[in-house]
Write a protein that binds this ligand. Structure first.
Ligand code: UDP
Ligand code: MG
Length: 311
């Protein structure tokens, strides 16, 4: 398993404790090898998360750790983990550190992988009662918007999923820097399925996704999986252009033929404001894509690993 951690010192004891119990059960039942590992990825935490991880590793080799050179965000941390362990396991499950993902769902995931031959198993929340009203609704809206914009279908899941080794090999070939794994994994293909689980409360600490990060995550999600917003600009521009021809004709006729003085200050102002707004909106959307291109062409590394402790 790969578990990204950013300032999670408060939850690591409990998470490790519960994972230990789960692994022990699964090993006894012969479902996983005793060489199975939990790999914590420390995403440049400011607290004692890395110290906690090394402590876990010292005490029990079931726990391994990857230390990133700095904070790179949830998606990059997760990818760093997945790419590091890719060739060390038949399958990898990714999970949040805060125990919001239900550990008992792992059995069902392994079953789908082992016995039914699925390469990707998504853990999908069948309720989000424990998330705040605000988060639930903004997230719902986001996935609807993604669908409406024609991004390939993104199951409404967090990053709780199982991937087989060959699915991870496929993922490795996606060299993009703007990561939105929920949109990338479906692009990898292979047989996939979903298992449902009840999303719990964060065990301790607070969400590492404040509103600002949520919005930027949503924009990343949309612009990295869909070009529809750009096309919308084109069509809006086109319609506005047609309307302006009609309006121009009207102005010309009322002025030259009917001899009336045309339109006053208010209509002018309305037009200026409306088109000013529209222009800014359009430029903003284009800027978003250009920003993405800018980041992609630089080909910067998506993560840098400082340490990898694993025995
Ligand atoms: N996380 C991370 N780097 C970051 C932010 C978050 O590795 O910059 C991890 C975090 O430790 C957790 C997971 O990503 O394991 C999901 O974050 P969180 O639970 O805070 O998000 P929420 O559940 O509130 O959406
Ligand atoms: Mg959480």
């Amino acid at each position: 398993m790969v578990v990204p951690c950013y300032n999670e010192e408060l939850v690591l004891d409990e998470t490790s404790h519960r994972l230990k119990i789960k692994y022990t059960q699964l090993i006894e039942a012969g479902k996983i090898s005793e060489l199975s590992r939990v790999v914590y990825v420390n995403d440049g935490s400011k607290d004692l998360t890395w110290e906690k991880i090394t402590e876990k590793h010292e005490a029990d080799k079931m726990f391994s750790g990857i230390n990133l050179s700095r904070n790179r965000g949830h998606q990059n941390a997760l990818l760093a983990g997945l790419m590091t362990v890719k060739n060390l396991a038949d399958c990898v499950i990714s999970m949040d550190a805060d125990l919001q993902d239900d550990i008992d769902t792992i059995d069902a995931m392994l079953d789908k992988f082992e016995n039914e031959g699925f390469d990707v198993v998504y853990g999908v929340r069948d309720n989000r009662d424990t998330d705040t009203f605000f988060k639930r609704n903004t997230a719902g809206l986001f996935y609807k918007l993604m669908q409406a914009l024609g991004s390939q279908s993104v199951p409404n899941h967090a990053d709780f999923r199982l991937m087989s080794q060959r699915a991870l090999d496929g993922l490795e070939q996606f060299q993009e820097v703007n990561l939105f794994l929920r949109g990338m994994v479906p692009m990898v293909g292979y047989k996939s399925t979903t298992v449902y689980y009840k999303r719990g409360e964060r065990f301790a600490g607070e969400s590492k996704y404040p509103l600002k990060k949520m919005i930027s995550f949503a924009i990343d999600g949309i612009t990295s999986t869909s070009a529809t917003p750009m096309r919308l600009i084109f069509w809006t521009g086109f319609i506005v252009f047609v309307l302006s021809i009609v309006a121009g004709l009207y102005v010309f006729i009322s002025h030259a033929i009917q001899g009336r003085t045309v339109l006053g200050w208010s209509s002018l102002m309305v037009a200026i404001i409306a088109f000013g707004g529209l222009n800014l909106l359009a430029i903003g959307i284009i800027g978003e894509y250009i920003g993405k291109i800018f980041l992609e062409v630089k080909q910067r590394p998506r993560f840098i690993i400082q340490d990898f402790i694993n025995d």
